[in-house]
Design a protein around this ligand. Structure first.
Ligand code: VG1
Ligand code: CO
Length: 544
């Protein structure tokens, strides 16, 4: 059955951002809005016709309804089979694994990641290709262009499929198979990590972990692996029950939003290790006793210690980090004699490098770390990697990171986000900075000399595709950097992200307070871009 799309207007702004299309639930609920995007996927991805599709989401509000809509449309478009996570749930890394493991022709992931959920909050949809990773820019562009052309979509009339019971169900000529993604994921983690060593760590009774699932998708995965299989004490996983509105919280694992967990690692009787994941399970935060590991440092530490982990014992082929991520990983790559690639923000840029075997480990400053085991960042994977490392080295988190700094130097790091600012003002701020870039090299500012200043452009070393305007970089001769970028995942106005980094090779100066060390750079970044004059904001909304 063919249904006409009556309004074309709301569809014209559907260009997907950093990771798919993210809008308010109310926008997705408009007649034909979700359908327009989904039909455009089927129209531009012919392999799906007669093929297999993976489907699931982070369980947020509207997940179940969207799944039923997509199933009916898949049946009408001639998809042979859809693999749906039980209850409609697939964490983002698990979805990537399902695509790869069953060699499907692609997958649709329903998530707005770390954005809040609920009837008045955010929803999102993203298409992943057959390698398990987020579609490359040329695919998302094709889908976007198609959303503006089509005037109808295909669907069938059918009852809702019961997605809560495992099994196969017919829907028109299509089969819906409800699968258990948790045991599949457990299997993969078992191949990569030394479960026996981690089990012993918990058995010793001397080591306590808290994992904050933030009422989001990793709850069931984490409870099964950490408590049931690895023997961590019951109650190790907190906020483990997935809720449609994430309990009203902000499922973003960082120092501002995971304060309950932060407190458990501080004070009178702190736990040894704290970790958290986000709405769709692809991010991670790592905490030791009274100690926060920046995601950039985490990437560097994992890379430097990868040979101690069974899945990476033969070494890693290369590392990649997103441009705003600190240069800590570069130092490790240099010492290991391997390449460190600098890519634009967003996991899709790691896909080709992973597929070509050029890198084994990659990460972003935004609490994302992952490897070639899937094509998405993977929150629980990062936590298990750290646990395996702690079990092997028998040292606390802080000790491991301090040792790392002594060896490679410390990259102090902070990110300041100005959220919901006027989109036109944000564009102007970036454009004005762009005009001045050519004049900056050699200029001295606040005791630092500008080494280079550019608008980051990336040429994919595998397919040669070019991505421009990926953020403004100002590098200083002492290794420090200021980076400005506009977010591609926000749903209200614009979000300006300012990323700051300062390098300290001297071990005697590596124990200073990050906010203090970064204050002069924060000031300089604000002055250079006239942030306060333009936005009226005297400070950032979120500092991570
Ligand atoms: C943000 C992060 C980026 C990450 C993206 C998706 O994008 O900065 O590093 O890849 O979210 O993460 P932006 O454009 O808002 O800066 V997730 O966990 O939302 O899939
Ligand atoms: Co996420």
């Amino acid at each position: 059955m063919e249904i006409e799309l009556i309004q074309s207007h709301p569809f014209t702004d559907q260009r997907p951002g950093t990771s798919g299309l993210r809008k308010k639930v109310k926008v997705f609920q408009q007649a034909g809005y979700l359908e327009n995007f989904v039909q455009s996927i089927f129209d531009t991805q012919p392999e799906l016709i007669g093929g297999v599709l993976a489907l699931g989401g982070d369980g947020r509000y509207y997940n179940r309804q969207a799944i039923q809509i997509i199933l009916r449309m898949a049946a009408a478009n001639g998809v042979a089979k859809v693999l749906v996570g039980q209850g409609g749930i697939l964490s983002t890394p698990a979805a990537s694994q399902v695509i790869r493991r069953y060699q499907t022709q692609g997958g649709i992931i329903l998530s707005a990641s770390h954005n809040p959920g609920g009837p008045d909050e955010d929803f999102g949809i993203k298409f992943n290709t057959a390698n398990g990773g987020p579609a490359a820019e040329k695919v998302t562009e094709a889908i976007f262009n198609r959303t503006r052309e089509i005037s109808s979509y295909k669907t069938v009339q059918a009852d809702d499929v019961d997605i809560d019971q495992l099994g196969s169900y017919p829907l028109g000529n299509m089969t819906v198979e409800v699968i258990d993604s948790i045991s599949l994921y457990v299997e993969l983690m078992r191949e990569l990590f030394n479960f026996e060593a981690i089990h012993q760590l918990f058995n010793s009774g001397l080591f306590r972990l808290r994992f904050d699932a933030m009422h989001a998708v990793t709850g069931p995965y984490a409870t099964e692996i950490l408590e049931t299989i690895l023997g961590a004490a019951p109650g190790t996983v907190i906020n483990g029950k997935p809720l449609e509105d994430f309990g009203g919280g902000h499922p973003d694992p960082n120092l501002s939003h995971a304060h309950e967990l932060l407190e458990l690692t501080q004070g009178f009787d702190p736990v040894d290790f704290g970790a958290a994941s986000d709405g769709d399970g692809d991010r991670n935060m790592i905490l030791g006793r009274n100690f926060f590991v920046t995601p950039s440092d985490s990437l560097a530490v994992l890379a430097a210690n990868a040979h101690l982990i069974p899945g990476y014992r033969n070494g890693i082929t290369g590392i990649a980090r997103s441009m705003p991520t600190s240069q800590a990983a570069d130092k490790v790559a240099e010492e290991l004699g391997i390449e460190c690639y600098e890519t634009p923000t967003g996991w899709k840029f790691f896909g080709n490098l992973l597929d070509a075997g050029k890198i084994s480990i990659c990460g972003e400053e935004s609490f994302g770390t992952g490897s070639d085991h899937v094509r998405e960042k993977d929150g629980l994977w990062a936590v298990l990697f750290w646990l395996n490392l702690l079990a092997v080295r028998q040292q606390p988190v802080a000790r491991i990171v301090h040792d790392h700094w002594r060896r490679f130097g410390r990259n102090y790091y902070t990110r300041h986000d100005y959220e919901g600012i006027d989109a036109a003002i944000a564009m102007e701020l970036m454009n004005d900075l762009r005009y001045r870039l050519a004049d900056l090299p050699g200029v001295e500012m606040a005791g630092r000399t500008v080494d280079y200043a550019d608008d980051f452009a990336y040429t994919d070393p595998v397919d040669g595709s070019v991505s421009e305007n990926q953020g403004i970089r100002i590098g200083f001769t002492d290794g420090s950097r200021i980076v400005y970028r506009l977010s591609g995942t926000g749903t209200v106005g614009a979000t300006l992200r300012v990323y700051l980094e300062a390098f300290e090779p001297d071990p005697d100066k590596q124990d200073r307070n990050t906010a203090e060390v970064m204050a002069p750079l924060v000031q300089l970044a604000g002055d250079l871009a006239q942030i306060e004059q333009r936005t009226g904001r005297s400070e950032a909304d979120v500092v991570t």
